[in-house]
Ligand binder design. Sequence first.
Ligand code: SAH
Length: 348
Amino acid sequence: MIMKKDIKNLGFQELKDSLLIMGFPSHSAGQIFNWVYKRRIEDFNLMTNISKEARQHLSKEFFCSRVRQLKKEVSCDGTAKFLFGLFDGHNIETVLIPEGRRNTLCVSTQVGCKFNCSFCYSGQFGFKRDLNIAEIVNQYLSVSDLIAPAKITNVVFMGIGEPLDNFSNTIGSIKVFSHRQGISLGKRKICISTCGLSPKIKELSILNLGVRLSVSLHATDDNIRSRIMPVNKKYPIASLMSAVRQFLKNDLGPVTFEYILLHRINTSNEMAEKLEKWLRGINYKINIIPCNMAKSIYKPPREDEVNCFLRELKTRNIFFTVRKPRGQDINAACGQLKARQINSCIKK
Ligand code: SAH
């Protein structure tokens, strides 16, 4: 028996190559992309502008995977969190954040995470596996079908997992998201968020894909950052900033830095002073995020603590925005819906 392949795991060029090998015109790749990603037709027999013979052949060789919606929660601020089931029984989370005319989709790239950032829930059940291209793109396709006629306008790789640790599938999915005959999302509407894998940021800058980059910084001193984010022991802030500078050589800025305020951990004047030093000469944006955690070793910063830190940034002419915590009532921060699902299963 031939094992059918998931056509959504093929990039455009790979699909063209497969068609040629099967003896069909490679221009059908554009037609197939159009059916699958634009018209959402997944039955090859319905792809009527392709020859009957090719359709039959495609049906024998390929299938179109889907992710199964297991749960959906909607926050009072409109943020929606989806739990999707994968073919092997693993679950992933996807979050939709509506904001004015923008609908940003936050996609996961791995089941679990290896990096164990101490404020994040994603790694608490360990790392299971990478998502393939189809599983990343299917999060978009499923949510897109669910919210039609509204449209997803932006995709951020800020869900569970570290996108740069699943480099080739993250890049493969970006190519589908941005392909003219695929989902055709503008490259500047796509943002990769990383905990700071310096060598991978450099690899990304060599590819010069045109997508945005966001860095989870959260502290400006190596000791403290290593405590909050163990990845810093391997790639300290200096190596991270040098990779960011290389990324910015392609003029793809600004780079966004995420900075969660954690009570008495990263809110000192010294932290602000070091931030000023690191940001010198960098085209940046900073999102300050007052911490958004259901149960955590960290406490939310006090109001005067936040104000004092923000004042310090202003004094140093550091431009920032304070991000409203979104979806707090549904625990929309990374990994929390899955954590609750698993915890409630454990309790049962
Ligand atoms: N591994 C990637 C992408 C996943 S985390 C990365 O580290 O960037 C993406 C972002 O989610 C983090 O930077 C952080 O801003 C946010 N995040 C994670 N846990 C959070 C929490 N408990 N509260 C608020 N934001 C959180």
